[in-house]
Design a protein around this ligand. Structure first.
Ligand SMILES: Cc1cc2nc3c(=O)[nH]c(=O)nc-3n(C[C@H](O)[C@H](O)[C@H](O)COP(=O)(O)OP(=O)(O)OC[C@H]3O[C@@H](n4cnc5c(N)ncnc54)[C@H](O)[C@@H]3O)c2cc1C
Length: 369
């Protein structure tokens, strides 16, 4: 049986884990955050050097603490975000253990979970918040001939700065914000081509003199689910102040339709022509990093089975920080707090005994979203 003294274990000490800890404390639960890295700042220090937030500081806060320290309309840097998360973690009264990687989560026969760590600890937990992000699980598509290609192949997760690519022929694959940002900053240093499956869609950073995030908030678009949003917007779009579109129009950045295969020294384009390359950088996204949940048998080809972040297979298991977990803003600084309150409420309801069924794998639980 679970006891009220048992903590809720939060796996991951990034913005999602910290927002979960904040919500858990507010709900009267005892959170313990386990973070594999050396500080509770998530993956931000590992993002590329030049990264700045796409939302202004005023729209980039977690619950309970403003993103202060300057002009609220500035776009904070990667390091500012890490510093903000450090301050945030210090401001909440939660136990946070850094240097602690969760290796496995097992169900306990009478209910609850047993959490194992790389340090050999075993922690009995009343509930689990899986907030381990996706940066540790970059997605690389399978493409014909890739194994034969002898040049550099890298996921954008491992890209830091443009200088090592000076004078090289570089292909960036992808049509999202990271692809455009990296291709754009490489362009003055290297010969860059951007390969995308469809024409790139742009979204203006500013509309009628206000940052787009102002309008996302006042129109409620920030809270739209994926199902609703895809009915309104057919393709994902890149936020642009105009510089990316101009760079493509001016020929500084070449954009081509996705290539069909690798060769030993480059790629074959859709029109059959060959281009020799020194490096290919894939900005092709990420998948949730949840390998430690394998003993529960809850993952479906690596993906969690959930409704709005609440597991549909295990009571007392919730997720946070998934892309489109509940809305467009779920996987962002500004949106994760809303989801944290939602999933922690489900945990609290479970723990307070409103839900009496045992913590065992089930085919499907009735979950409200
Ligand atoms: C390049 C890039 C730019 C982005 N820009 C923005 C932006 O401008 N604005 C915005 O709001 N969002 C942005 N995002 C989206 C999102 O806000 C970030 O990805 C954010 O870091 C997600 O936070 P998280 O806490 O969910 O995951 P992460 O930051 O990845 O944190 C997860 C943490 O879990 C830890 N962990 C993983 N596995 C384990 C384990 N088994 N045991 C213990 N700990 C573990 C990791 O060490 C990590 O610290 C961006 C994302 C990327 C990739």
């Amino acid at each position: 049986m679970t006891t009220s003294k048992e903590p809720v274990v939060i796996v991951g000490g990034g913005q999602s884990g910290l927002a979960a800890a904040h919500a858990a404390l507010s709900a009267g639960l005892r959170p313990v955050v386990l973070e594999a890295g050396t500080a509770p700042v998530g993956s931000w220090p590992d993002y590329y050097d030049s990264l700045t937030l796409f939302s202004p500081a005023r729209y980039s806060s977690l619950p309970g603490m403003a993103f202060d320290g300057g002009d609220p309309d500035r776009y904070p840097t990667r390091d500012e975000v890490a510093a903000y998360l450090r301050r945030y973690s210090a401001s909440i009264d939660a136990e946070i253990r850094t240097g602690t990687r969760v290796t496995a989560v097992h169900p306990r026969p009478g209910g609850g979970y047993l959490v194992q760590t790389d340090g050999g600890d075993e922690i009995a937990a009343a509930g689990i918040v899986a907030a381990s992000g996706s940066f540790g699980n970059p997605y690389l598509p399978v493409l014909p001939g890739k194994d034969a290609y002898v040049g550099e192949v890298r996921h954008v997760a491992h890209y830091r700065r443009p200088e090592p690519y000076a004078g090289k022929r570089v292909l960036v694959v992808g049509a999202g914000n990271s692809a455009l940002q990296v291709a754009y900053e490489l362009a003055p240093h290297a010969r860059v081509t951007l390969a995308t499956r469809a024409p790139i869609q742009f979204m203006p950073q500013r509309v009628r003199g206000r940052d787009l995030h102002h309008w996302l908030r006042v129109t409620g678009a920030d809270l739209l689910s994926r199902a609703v949003l895809t009915r309104l917007v057919r393709h994902a779009a890149v936020l642009d102040t105009g510089v990316y579109r101009d760079a493509i129009t001016a020929g500084l950045l070449a954009r081509r339709e996705m290539f069909t295969a690798f060769t030993a020294d480059g790629v074959i384009w859709a029109d059959g022509t060959h281009e020799a390359l020194d490096a290919v950088i894939f900005a092709t996204g990420y998948r949730p990093h949840l390998d430690y949940l394998a003993p529960l048998g809850t993952l479906d080809d690596g993906m969690p089975r959930h409704v709005a972040g609440v597991s549909t297979t295990h009571r007392g298991l919730v997720y946070l920080g998934l892309e489109f977990q509940r809305s467009f803003s779920s996987n962002t600084l500004r949106g994760v707090g809303r989801d944290a309150a939602h999933v922690v409420a489900a945990l609290a309801a479970y723990q307070s005994g409103r839900s009496r069924r045992r913590l065992q794998p089930m085919t499907r639980l009735p979950v409200r979203c």
